[in-house]
Ligand binder design. Structure first.
Ligand SMILES: Nc1ncnc2c1ncn2[C@@H]1O[C@H](COP(=O)(O)OP(=O)(O)OP(=O)(O)O)[C@@H](O)[C@H]1O
Ligand SMILES: [Mg+2]
Length: 499
């Protein structure tokens, strides 16, 4: 088999940074090839070069042995038969699935769009992909997983021979992930080449043939996944040994004092009769599968969503009347939401300002803001979480996905609130940085703060929590104590159906 992709001495510069350094390697036709590396290693940048998002770079890209240079991603799809499935796929919500798949290339009868043919052609692809939606359905009715399938359908509609997926499973349910993997398996059988980026290493072992590792913009090696261990992959990515599963080092100073008490809390659709207590100085994990109702509970506690029943008692005082996140913050409780895009950072602000915006009082010197205090605070977190580039004066929007997540975490770790809810705090964060984030959380509880950590990753929930509350389909199915009851199989059982 020939080469599907060949990178030859690729160099890429952004103002002041050299992000890809002489990258050369090949991807074989029909293989599933992983692209691995720590946050900021250059994975997304390399894919953006491949797909014509960035047109300025040194070196060359060959597809099926021919040198290419695309003007933009659309040019790449049409003339290179190469498609990209983004994590947050771009779709037009108000159009149908078929219209999105064929956008700009709708089958026509004379000057009119031939909707009959459009739906027949698109349905045939959707059927092949085993999708449970159809061409005539509105995109707004699809889940995150459905939208990714739509992007793959679009790639197939344009007969793509190379498809890349950049962290596709981060917001997918277990079932959607399974479905995606089956599709990837099918594509491989049909000879399609797949490039795959993920920080979930178990996925690499499940679906990839070979893996290329980048570190700090440099090519390290390409290896067969079979015959390589998880530890070896991590060592290659990080350049040193790191525990494959991060966990707590210090016991927390948990006390009997209850800082948050939730009783019989319900809303109409997402959760029912929720009861739990959060103690001062503990880390309480909330584990469940995507869609179990955990995010909705946290939003309700913060007053972002409304409850239909039950009570929330904060530091001994029942919350009554109108309640919103501003009031919640004043009372000392904050939430780091799941989606970094919507809760985001200020687009035109530098890292140190984005970190400081939830704790401005801390940086005052008399009536003035002392910028140097902000910078010092940010530098500390950059050091501890190993943020790349180590530039607190960088625009946050120019940071890699995982490093943006670290900036947002630093903001919440800097606040004065004493109860912090972290919803999927390490989404998109590499294995090495996770351990550092857990250290910082330990520090917060050592200072007497109380944390709730919502996570869909079991090793994380088990590694970080003093207690775990397990949820399934809107209900609490178990409450477990660390050391005593933590056991992988039984926690998964509780998350799936609750025995
Ligand atoms: N538009 C930009 N301007 C300046 N620097 C940028 C820009 N885009 C990316 N970078 C820098 O390029 C480097 C590589 O980023 P890239 O997004 O490729 O990393 P990544 O490997 O995908 O990381 P992650 O796992 O966090 O997604 C980072 O240091 C990032 O800050
Ligand atoms: Mg990336």
């Amino acid at each position: 088999m020939g080469n599907a992709v060949e990178f030859v001495k690729i160099n890429k510069y952004f103002p002041g940074v050299h992000v890809l350094k002489d990258i050369s390697f090949t991807v074989k036709e029909g293989e599933v090839h992983a692209l691995l590396g720590e946050n900021g290693a250059g994975k997304s940048t390399l894919l953006n070069i491949l797909h014509g998002v960035y047109t300025e770079y040194e070196g060359s890209v060959l597809l099926h042995e021919k040198k290419v240079s695309f003007k933009n991603p659309n040019d790449a799809i049409l003339n290179g038969k190469i498609s990209k499935v983004h994590q947050e796929t771009m779709v037009v919500e108000d159009l149908t699935v078929g219209q999105n798949v064929t956008l700009g290339y709708e089958p026509r009868k004379g000057t009119f769009i031939d909707f009959g043919r459009m739906n027949r052609e698109v349905d045939a692809i959707l059927e092949e992909l085993n999708c449970n939606f159809r061409s005539a359905d509105l995109v707004s009715s699809l889940t995150a997983g459905g939208k990714q399938m739509l992007a793959i359908a679009k790639a197939l509609f344009h007969h793509s021979t190379i498809i890349s997926l950049d962290e596709p499973t981060a917001s997918l349910t277990m079932r959607e992930t399974e479905a995606l993997f089956q599709v990837i398996e099918k594509l491989r059988k049909d000879g399609v080449t797949v490039l795959y980026v993920s920080h979930r290493l178990e996925e690499i072992f499940q679906i990839c043939d070979r893996a290329t590792i980048l570190r700090d913009g440099e090519y390290i090696e390409t290896l067969d996944v079979k015959g390589t261990t998880r530890e070896e992959l991590i060592h290659s990515m990080v350049g040193r040994s790191v525990a494959a599963v991060a966990s707590r080092l210090k016991p927390s100073p948990k006390t009997d004092e209850v800082v948050l008490k939730v009783e019989h809390l319900s809303n109409e659709h997402d959760f029912h009769d929720i009861n739990f207590e959060l103690h001062k100085g503990e880390i309480l994990g909330f584990f469940g599968l995507v869609g179990a109702g955990r995010t909705e509970i946290m939003r309700t506690i913060m007053g972002v969503d409304q409850k239909t029943g039950g009570t929330v008692t904060l530091k001994g005082e029942e919350i009554k009347g109108s309640w919103n996140s501003t009031k919640a913050l004043k009372k000392g409780i904050g939430l780091l939401p799941e989606d970094r895009k919507t809760q985001g950072f200020m687009n035109l602000s530098m890292n140190y300002d984005n970190i400081a915006i939830s704790s401005l009082g801390k940086y005052m010197k008399g009536p003035f803001v002392d910028e140097s205090k902000k910078i010092k605070n940010a530098e500390r977190y950059f050091e501890e979480m190993d943020v790349h580039p180590r530039r607190v004066d960088y625009l946050t929007k120019n940071m890699s996905g995982g490093n943006q997540q670290k900036v947002i975490l630093a903001r919440w770790m800097s606040t004065d609130v004493d109860i912090i809810i972290f919803d999927e705090p390490t989404k998109g964060v590499d294995v090495a940085a996770k351990a550092e984030i857990y250290r910082l959380m330990e520090e917060l509880v050592a200072e007497g703060k109380s944390l709730i950590v919502v996570s869909s990753e079991l090793p994380e929930a088990m590694g970080i929590s003093d207690r775990i509350i397990v949820m399934s389909e809107g209900r609490i199915t178990a409450e477990l104590e660390s050391n005593v009851d933590f056991e992988t199989d039984s926690i998964l059982d509780f998350a799936i159906g609750g025995k």
